[in-house]
Structure formats: C-alpha cells, structure tokens
Design a protein around this ligand. Sequence first.
Ligand code: AMP
Length: 116
Amino acid sequence: MSQETVFAKILNGTIPVEFIAETETLVAFYDQSPQAKVHILVIPKTCAYQNVTELAAADPQLLAEMVGLAKELANTHADGDYRLIFNNGVNAGQTVMHVHAHVLAGDLAERGMVGN
Ligand code: AMP
C-alpha cells in the first residue's frame, strides 16, 4: 500500500485543519504557506487520484466541481478573480500526491503575478 499523504491525514482527522468549505465530494482549507493574500487548497475527499491528469481522465465531473468551488471561494474571499494552479509531478513542484487545486486571489497584481 502506498504511503498516506498529508492530505489523507487531514481528511481522516489525524492532522487537524479547519475546513473553510466542504461539499459532498470536496474540502477546502488555507494553505499553510500562503503565496497570495488568499491561498486556498481545494481537494477531493477521495484519495484515488494523485494529480489532475488522472482526475480529468477518470472523473471530469469531480474536476468541474473543484473549479466551481474555487470560483465560489474567490467570490467570497476576494473579488471573484482567481488563479487556479495544479502542480503535476515532482519536477513541476508537486509535493503532495493527492490531487489539489491552489486557489490564489486577492493581491495578485500587487505581487507582480499579473501582467507582463
Ligand atoms: P504542491 O506543492 O502543489 O504539492 O502543494 C502542496 C501544498 O500543501 C503546499 O503549498 C503546502 O504549503 C500545503 N500544505 C502541506 N501541508 C499542509 C497542511 N498541513 N495544511 C495546509 N497546507 C498544507
């Protein structure tokens, strides 16, 4: 059996984290190392998918739900605009092998993350 990820431990309560949103299939919580004023992680409750490529192939509906929840969070925590990042693979910076969306919002222009 593969090693339990930190997100599996958050989901089973071994690591206590406050959920800022929860649906039947997803939870969202603040990233512990924020890269923007609003930096929220949206993760599926299932541990079946390591990355968004696997998720998109197997369950596009669940991926669409992740995007929908990201937009809702951007509406309630910022002005509705958001950047959605999925790191895929160690060489792309993925450290937790449980698919997750980074929702960044709030001060992207001030941080030089918008424009050229
Ligand atoms: P990635 O590098 O795309 O795999 O993103 C994993 C993210 O999970 C990083 O941005 C971490 O800061 C975040 N993270 C890891 N452990 C926790 C935790 N216990 N609570 C909140 N965020 C976490």
